[in-house]
Design a protein around this ligand. Structure first.
Ligand code: DGY
Length: 314
């Protein structure tokens, strides 16, 4: 019998792929187009999937009975049909913790960039249009001393709170899980968080309950001129309502790393000056992505060798 086959979908860092290559027959496949990826899955023991790949009945059927494990390259797992995994007696894993710092840091980056109008200033200088310092130019808002609302107070939300301590902010949070916490941040209801926060940053997982959590009603409850940051999942926010709130000036600005229909970003959002738009790079540091790759590989190896994986979902 030959070595077990493993398909790695997408350009996962070598730190993880090399660990797999030492043991298995590894193929790296493009994640798009999906049809081409599915054609390569027949007979695999494991698939490493970036979170942009939907792991559903169709994908699992394409792999067939040889499949043992789907190792998500990412902490979020809204792309995986966990019920289908369970029904088939398979394992699914993710890559928690190793990206907390990188993702939290990017959320803080978006807060500062949106508040201090970094993208607008950069575009002016880059376009050769800057005519020298003007006392009234690009007046922004400060993060220091502001009230920050963290929606979703899991590993990444808590890391954001810790990073913000040097900014002397007041931190409010909501948390679906009601898990224990005895730090300086205050647990409040979502409506109170929205009404009081100068910055609202989203770190809740995407579930049917959190889809469009920030809709037109929620946006209308936010403090006038507040800044919304989303480095979690695009569908947490109703994009049409967000565009309207940004256009009307009801919301001061938005810093976004994720979108409802990635990689499509509505032109209306791209045209707004009060947005900072990044291409889903929350965990994109060398260290975090390397650690994610190693953890995904360790999950695959454990399952194929008949051991418990380090970070199981199912
Ligand atoms: C994650 O880890 O969930 C990031 O969003 C990358 O997809």
């Amino acid at each position: 019998m030959g070595k077990p086959r493993v398909v790695v979908a997408g350009r996962v860092p070598a730190a993880g792929v090399d660990l797999l290559r030492e043991r298995y027959a590894v193929e790296v496949a493009d994640q798009r187009p999906r049809e081409a990826l599915l054609e390569r899955l027949a007979g695999v023991a494991a698939i490493v999937t970036p979170t942009a790949v939907a792991v559903d009945e169709e994908l699992l059927d394409s792999a067939g009975d040889s499949l043992k494990v789907v190792a998500n390259f990412g902490v979020g797992y809204d792309n995986i049909d966990l019920e289908a995994i369970r029904r088939r007696g398979l394992r699914a894993t993710n890559t928690p913790d190793v990206l907390n710092g990188a993702t939290a840091e990017l959320a803080v980056t978006l807060m500062l960039a949106a508040a201090r109008r970094v993208a607008e200033g950069d575009a002016l200088v880059r376009g050769g249009e800057w005519r020298g310092l003007q006392p009234d130019q690009f007046l922004g808002r400060g993060l220091i001393g502001a009230t920050v609302g963290i929606v979703g107070f899991g590993r990444i939300g808590r890391r954001v709170e810790r990073l913000l301590r040097g900014f002397d902010v007041r931190v409010l949070f909501t948390d679906g899980s009601e898990s224990a916490y005895d730090g300086p941040a205050e647990r409040v209801a979502l409506t109170e968080l929205l009404a009081q926060s100068d910055f609202v940053t989203l770190h809740a997982p995407l579930t049917p309950e959190t889809t469009h959590l920030i809709d037109a009603v929620a946006l209308a409850q936010m403090k006038p001129g507040a800044i919304l940051v989303n480095a979690g999942r695009g569908p947490l926010v109703d994009t049409d309502a967000l565009i309207e709130a940004l256009r009307s000036g009801r919301l001061g600005a938005a810093g976004l790393d994720v979108y409802e229909d990635e990689p499509d970003v509505p032109v209306q959002l791209r045209e707004l000056p009060n947005t900072v738009l990044l291409p889903h790079i929350g965990s994109a540091t060398d260290a975090a992505r390397g650690a994610m790759a190693k953890l995904a590989a360790a999950n695959v190896i454990a399952v194929i060798e008949g051991l418990e994986p380090p970070s199981p979902l199912v």
